[in-house]
Design a protein around this ligand. Structure first.
Ligand code: UP5
Ligand code: MG
Length: 195
């Protein structure tokens, strides 16, 4: 695919802000393919013969950002496969969360159309993640990993949001509301920006 054949929306926000929840609703109502960078990394970790399994496990548990080469390649592959099947609109969830990834992706794959940013107080995200941790089976839904994820988000990922904000590409949605209320604001943003 070439950059003018696909459109990509980045979906950013802190751990537990509700990125995955809102993306699932968008997939239902619009023709988006949802690509969660975290899900792609977790799948790669499970894949037999992957060279990156241990590395990914370590970074996720420590709340650190996996080196961009791994994540960008997984996203590129996923976009390519879905494009072959006719999909052209992608929600890239939880990526880019470090400046180098943002620059590499937009230069080598495709510039984003806009950025949906889910703004949520840490206290609310913490409650959601601890609750989800009871059943999620995610090895980063424990208090130790969650604290590390919050720290990485503030120090490493917020600068990416600010970088796109300077380009007037960010739509900020406050997430500390019921899912459907958040979703109505998301729909308005998507309909204005993507049509
Ligand atoms: N919930 C959601 N919305 C709610 C609402 N409005 N009201 C009440 N409850 C709500 O939601 C979290 C929980 O909250 C759920 O139980 C939900 O029901 C409830 P979810 O939609 O799952 O939130 P999300 O923002 O997707 O949270 P997630 O935990 O997935 O965010 P992270 O950004 O931490 O996780 P991700 O999978 O993206 O990344 C995991 C790790 O992978 C990273 O820490 C990092 O180590 C690694 N990674 C990279 O290295 N590079 C990347 O590019 C991406 C990830
Ligand atoms: Mg998620």
């Amino acid at each position: 695919f070439s950059p003018d054949q696909v459109s990509v929306v980045f979906v950013l926000g802190g751990p537990g802000a509700g990125k995955g929840t809102q993306c699932a609703k968008l997939v239902n109502d619009y023709h988006f393919v949802h690509l969660s960078a975290g899900d792609l990394l977790r799948a790669e970790r499970q894949r037999e013969g992957s060279k990156y399994g241990e590395l990914i496990s370590h970074y996720i548990k420590e709340g650190l950002i996996v080196p961009q080469e791994v994540t960008v390649a997984l996203l590129k592959q996923a976009i390519t496969e879905n494009f072959k099947k006719g999909s052209t609109k992608f929600l890239v969830d939880g990526f880019p969360r470090k400046m180098d990834q943002a620059i590499t992706f937009e230069q080598q794959i495709v510039p984003s159309k806009f950025v949906l940013f889910f703004d949520c107080p840490e206290k609310v995200m913490l409650e959601r993640l601890l609750e989800r941790g009871k059943t999620s089976g995610r090895d980063d839904d424990n208090i130790g990993s969650i604290k590390k994820r919050f720290r990485t988000f503030v120090e490493t990922s917020m600068p990416v949001v600010e970088y796109f904000d300077k380009q007037a590409k960010v739509v900020r949605v406050s997430c500390d509301h019921p899912v459907d209320e958040v979703y109505r604001k998301v729909q308005t943003a998507v309909e204005q920006k993507v049509g």
